[in-house]
Ligand binder design. Sequence first.
Ligand SMILES: *Cc1c(COP(=O)(O)O)cnc(C)c1O
Length: 515
Amino acid sequence: MSEDREDGSVGEGAAGPEGTAGEEQVRYDQARYVENGQYEPLLSEKDLTRVEIGGADATDETGDDAESPLPDDLTRGSLELPELSEPELARHYTRLSQMIYGIDSGPYPLGSCTMKYNPKFTEDVAALPTAAVHPDRSERSIQGTLELLYRLQDYLGRIGGMDAVTLQPPAGAAGEFVGIRVAAAYHEHNGEGHRDEVIVPESAHGTNFASAALGGYDVVALPSDDDGRVDLEALEAALSENTAALMLTNPNTLGLFERDIEEIAAMVHDVGGLLYYDGANLNALLGRARPGDMGFDVMHYNVHKTFATPHGGGGPGAGPVGVVEDLAPFLPAPRVREGGTSKSGDPTYELFDPEQTIGKVHGYQGNWLVLVKAFAYIARLGDEGLADASAKAVLNANYLASRIEYDVPYEPFHHEFVASAGDQDAADVAKRMLDYGVHPPTTKWPEIVPEALMTEPTEVEGEDTLDRLAAAFNAVAAEDDATLEAAPDRTTARRIDQTSAARSPRLSWQALEEE
Ligand SMILES: *Cc1c(COP(=O)(O)O)cnc(C)c1O
């Protein structure tokens, strides 16, 4: 990482991801943004007085040697900080926030990811002083915390049709891994430890394959039928006495409901396997249908997709796991249950370890504040509000699909649909949509649709916004390749070298100057 990065590029030189040297990449055009007054330097780039604080040589106000009583190897030495006034600092971050696109800027129709409404009141609830409870306090002194966790376990169990829930896993993918480990412990306990295969549809999310493999299983990929659903004959052929589980999401990644789900469940159960539900698409079913009623034995909930907590950006999430009764003894420890009654007659709550627990999978009960937000969201919407959300999610996806010119090969879909960009490159379409002021859909996945544009408008958007999204899709559909390849043209950062940005990220300004 030694190139001159005056051009503001991210990563290693001008060559594209796969050594496409010579093919000039369209890059973040710093000069243009300085010219337009849109460029915002780092705080440490601003030409400002720096204050030195701390350090072995520092002196205090009296001029005395203020040397730290700590051993030298535990002290930082000197620390340079830019000296800025409060408005300068506020402007810096406000300007940065104006250079990016987020859920507060416009629609965010990322299929499968469900970038939905995250009402601000859930942030207020999470910021309450009473939410800042130290996890190591005694059970007696955190009864409110335990009650919230207990009630969230209960809400999620009722929403999914599951008998027991753990709140610990910190993301959907982590929930998958826990679910698979719980399934493995169950089989092992029943003397069925020889089962070594997990079946995953080809169209599934990458984390399903990864979780099964990390859980120690051989992954058997299942092809889809011509309608885009589970191919029952292929499933029959894949199932055997070695099957530990089949992982499915329903509606599937094409937005299609697996109509044969009861038959699928019976087939899996007949060979002694378990049915795993990937909860990423639960937004389509909320308050209307429950995985437990369809025959699923174990599921995760992506609370940041289905309920609240801004999704993405690498922040913490939560992926609670629900199971049917037979699997409950294997859930991670501890869980929360009702313990007894207080003097005033209210129920009390306590932590307990399920008898055959697979152990602890996260500190305390998981990402507590994320769970608080999910709880607040569910409690505010209630049964009717949740059912209303799924109805509108499905209506919005169908309305949007009816307004766009790209072909949508698989129907009838529910909360999301997968259009095909046809002769255009889906990634270029996505970049170009940014120029029309909207966020693009998920692209190039699932692969079953060529040049996939996987779109999920969510229940949040109104007709005007959906029309604006459709107009952006349709404007891009009419454009030529040269225009698409040069996009985005109107954003602060243009087409960056994403592979290099991911493989050799610049994480420290200081370190780079020193290199
Ligand atoms: C998002 C997603 C996951 C993984 O969930 P995370 O919470 O992001 O870890 C799994 N399956 C599907 C279908 C998804 O869309």
